[in-house]
Design a protein around this ligand. Structure first.
Ligand code: MRU
Length: 356
């Protein structure tokens, strides 16, 4: 217990990607790094309304499954503040929370965190002010827990990284995708603390380039040896013997281990299997959706075609070409060596044990 409190205090020193900031005894804002500006500009913005929160999640000012979960938790606080004088306070909060929940469909952490907040709204027969206070306390607790959970994922995950090993990762599952420290990049960070000779290959991650813009930004800042590659290069480097292990995050994991993550992850997993390279998912329990038996039940977000047709605002293809832009794909459990969680590393077929 003492160790846990000590660790929590250390973790609280990590700068948060997203954080509830009180402006007076009851009011406050959700302060977050605007990730659309990185790596050019590091800027924090304050989200003050539920409409602003919907837009921040939808436009990916805040992105990454655990981070949008916290955004959802803050969104419920904003919903309650906006509804404080309504006679149907609870119904209004639920309505606004559902609106925020509809901003992005694939990452289960969003609905998970909103549900946790709505349990408070529904179960407590207190004044509206008292309910808001409880919602703020819970949101801050979820923030701190996220960092602590990532640290545990990192500790477990570091055991699968060979000495001096090369890790391939896809998208950004780092401090920016969480409250701090990261899931897949938490594994990298923890391994780096023990062995500074490890190396990372970061997939660029088209179309939004989270790998190039965010993962290299985080890792280079931390002094970790990082090589940026385009998404099509991974299999080549595997064949050349330059990748020892793949570690990626997840947005929703079915109870059989099928895992949705950023589009392109499935292709990486197939290449890893072919080359006998271990492929790990690093994710908290909150990313596991125990209500779905397999990955074919996961809703895949379809995003704006301009993410594909435009680079830096310039069209890079024939103007009437067809575009389909799924944001995620599902890697089948059969391609996954293990799922690294805060409870340990599970084989996909043993994942159900985490709920026992
Ligand atoms: O569309 P994004 O950038 O929100 O997608 C993020 C990912 O796919 C991450 O890999 C995933 O959320 C894990 S984050 C710890």
């Amino acid at each position: 217990m003492l160790l846990w409190i000590l660790r929590l205090r250390i973790e609280m020193n990590i700068e948060k990607t997203i954080q509830w900031v009180r402006t007076d005894s009851l009011n406050g804002v959700s302060r977050m790094i605007d990730q659309t500006l990185l790596p050019y500009e590091y800027k924090k913005i304050d989200i003050k309304t539920t409409n602003e929160m919907y837009d921040a999640i939808k436009t990916m000012i805040v992105r990454g499954a655990p981070a949008i979960g916290i955004a959802g938790a803050h969104g419920v606080v904003l919903a309650a503040l906006e509804s404080i004088n309504c006679s149907d306070f609870k119904a209004q909060v639920v309505k606004k929370a559902n609106y925020i929940n509809s901003s992005r469909p694939t990452a289960v952490n969003l609905s998970w965190a909103i549900k946790k907040q709505l349990e408070i709204v529904e179960n407590f027969n207190e004044t509206n002010e008292k309910i808001i206070e409880l919602l703020i306390e819970n949101a801050i607790k979820l923030e701190d827990e996220d960092i602590a959970i990532n640290k545990r994922i990192g500790e477990f995950g570091s055991t699968v990284i060979p000495k001096g090993g090369s890790i391939l990762t896809h998208c950004n599952a780092g401090g920016l995708a969480t409250v701090g420290y990261g899931t897949a990049l938490g594994v990298v960070r923890s391994a780096f603390e023990k062995d500074s000779s490890i190396k990372v290959f970061a997939n660029e991650t088209r179309p939004r380039q989270q790998g190039a813009r965010l993962t290299t930004y985080e890792l280079i800042r931390d002094g970790i040896n990082t090589t940026l590659i385009t998404d099509a290069m991974g299999a080549y480097f595997m064949k050349m013997g330059m990748i020892d292990v793949v570690v990626v995050g997840a947005d929703r994991i079915a109870i059989n281990g099928d895992s949705a993550n950023k589009i392109g992850t499935y292709m990486v997993a197939i290449a890893a299997k072919y080359h006998n390279i271990p492929f790990y998912i690093a994710a908290p329990k909150s990313t596991i959706d125990s209500s779905i038996k397999s990955g074919d039940k996961i809703v895949i977000e379809l995003r704006d075609s301009r993410e594909v047709t435009e680079i830096n605002g310039k069209t890079v293809c024939a103007s009437n070409v067809n575009i389909i832009n799924p944001g995620f794909d599902v890697t089948p459990a059969s391609l996954i060596t293990g799922i690294i969680t805060e409870y340990g590393i599970f084989k996909p077929e043993e994942l159900y044990k985490i709920f026992e």
